[in-house]
Design a protein around this ligand. Structure first.
Ligand code: GLN
Length: 191
């Protein structure tokens, strides 16, 4: 099994370390030619979605990446990665890959004070640490999108699954807990 981690900007090294903990090989997607390589799943890391979206276009990676995800390639997306996948962004005119039928709100907890840590329940996984950093949340989902977690006592949706796409507003790569990445491995194995 091999995972391709988008490595144009943001917290990709931390995802690679999580994969290493699980003994899973990874490669980095840095340029269009990397998208021709063989792999079983893609990770879209956190960072800055506007920068990542622009780089994907400038580097000629956007269309092929979108096509692969739309065609069923398993994807784990965190924070900015979730924004890249979202069909709509309520507080921004820009949209990106639009393969995930949800509407997100960027920087939904405020820009500066928007970073916090909680422990939260994820459906089918149990309690996991959730690190939020200038995070979005999901305002609405369309049919067939499964809500896997909400934040604290709020009704803010912070993790969903839609077919091959597992997306969350928090950062599961910034803790020692590997449960979310294990769930992604199960998705790649078709479980
Ligand atoms: N605020 C960032 C954005 O809008 C996301 C933050 C993150 O990925 N930690 O892209």
């Amino acid at each position: 099994m091999k995972v391709a981690v988008l490595a144009v900007q943001g917290a990709f090294i931390e995802h690679e370390k999580q994969l290493e903990r699980l003994g899973i090989e990874c490669i980095e997607l840095r340029q269009a030619a990397d998208l021709e390589k063989e792999y079983d799943g893609i990770i879209l890391p956190g960072g800055e979605s506007t920068v990542q979206g622009k780089l994907l276009k400038d580097l000629g990676m956007f269309d092929l990446l979108k096509e692969q995800i739309a065609n069923g390639m398993p994807v784990l997306a965190t924070c900015a990665g979730l924004i890249l996948l979202a069909e709509g962004i309520s507080n921004d005119d820009r949209t990106y890959l639009q393969t995930l039928p949800v509407v997100v709100k960027r920087n939904a907890y405020g820009r500066q004070l928007g970073s916090f840590h909680i422990e939260g329940e994820v459906k089918g996984i149990g309690v996991v640490p959730m690190e939020f950093i200038r995070a979005p949340y999901i305002e609405s989902v369309k049919d067939d999108v499964e809500v896997l977690a909400t934040e604290g006592d709020s009704n803010h949706i912070v993790m969903v699954q839609y077919k091959n796409q597992l997306a969350m507003a928090f950062h599961p790569e910034l803790c020692e807990c590997t449960k979310i990445h294990e769930r992604f491995v199960a998705l790649m194995l078709g479980k």
